[in-house]
Design a protein around this ligand. Structure first.
Ligand SMILES: [Zn+2]
Length: 146
């Protein structure tokens, strides 16, 4: 009975864990292809399984189907440098990712999409201006005086 449960759990858990893991990789790049920035629809093995690459985070990056297919078994940085969408910041992010520094990779990727990152950073500004105006309102001066 226990042995059967063990087999059952072993069959089930790696799959749900794998799904969560893949989802977390996509979230790290904002669901964007690490190479070109299009929506990521797959996970690319940086070093192909056929060349001894492993299914570990350092070797698996979110990629669109186009990049995933075009890259094939090529050496990733050589292949990437030949692409029209080559971006040195993305290449740096890729290197950081392969070295396991996902936070650095994430930061580099934010810089490649300045529109999205800057919009978030600008959000607090209108609130700050509003508070400054409130601080010089008559009520505030009255409170300071009493
Ligand atoms: Zn792509």
């Amino acid at each position: 009975m226990l042995a059967r449960d063990g087999v059952f759990l072993e069959d089930l858990c790696p799959k749900s864990h794998d799904r969560r893991w893949r989802g977390s990789l996509h979230l790290l790049t904002g669901r964007r292809c690490l190479y070109c920035g299009n929506p990521s629809q797959s996970i690319d093995h940086v070093k192909p399984l056929s060349r001894g690459g492993q299914s570990v985070t350092e070797n698996c990056v979110p990629a669109c189907l186009s990049c995933n297919g075009k890259k094939g078994d090529s050496e990733v940085l050589l292949w990437y440098r030949r692409q029209s969408f080559y971006d040195p910041r993305r290449a740096m992010a890729l290197k950081a990712w392969m070295e396991g520094d996902l936070r650095l990779a994430q930061r580099l990727l934010v810089w490649t999409t300045p529109g999205e990152g800057e919009r978030d950073r600008r959000l607090p500004e209108p609130d700050g201006a509003h508070q400054t105006r409130q601080a010089t309102s008559p009520l505030w001066r009255w409170q300071m005086a009493s």
